[in-house]
Structure formats: C-alpha cells, structure tokens
Design a protein around this ligand. Structure first.
Ligand SMILES: [Zn+2]
Length: 101
C-alpha cells in the first residue's frame, strides 16, 4: 500500500485542459481498482457518461482539432447501426396475395 496520495495535474484527452487529479479522485479510482490515470477531467468524464444519449454537449467545447473529434466519436458511437436500416420498409407486402377472395 502506497500512501503517497496528493493532487496531480493531468491533461484531459477530451478538452485538452489541465485538471487536478485530486486525492479524493485517486482514492475513488483506487476503490474501483483502477490503476491507470484518468484520461479525462471530471466534467468531461461525467459528460461522456451522460453524453451517450445526447451528443450535442460535446460540441460546446470544440477546439476544432481532428484528434478530439476522433476520440469523441469513438466514445459515443451511436449514430450508426441504430434504426434507419432494418425497420419496416421491406417485407410489407406479405398480406397482399392472401386476402384476395
Ligand atoms: Zn476535459
């Protein structure tokens, strides 16, 4: 057990802002068994957990960097594979031939 917890400054991979990896946060990470440093600041982390449904929030902090967009789209990839394909456009003609009497 190491007890050298102290606040550290990390760089957020999402918004590229420096943020404090606080003792509380380190303790929280340790309790969850996470050994890696957080990749995102607390607000971005919270945002990414919420933002899986609403994606508009990420664009508020746009720095216009391509890498940011790639990271963001990897995190919340719910546009493809949703409900556009495979719905009810095909296969609608089943009842045509049977009801003719
Ligand atoms: Zn951030």
């Amino acid at each position: 057990m190491e007890s050298n917890f102290e606040s550290r400054i990390l760089l957020c991979a999402s918004c590229n802002e420096e943020f404090a990896f606080t003792v509380e946060a380190q303790d929280y990470f340790a309790q969850k068994g996470l050994v890696d440093d957080p990749q995102m600041c607390k607000s971005c982390y919270t945002e990414s957990k919420r933002g899986k449904r609403s994606q508009s929030a990420e664009q508020n902090s746009s720095h216009g960097e391509v890498d940011n967009n790639r990271i963001a789209s990897n995190a919340g990839n719910s546009i493809n594979g949703n409900s556009i394909n495979g719905n009810s456009f095909n296969g609608n003609s089943g009842s045509n031939g049977k009801n003719v009497k």
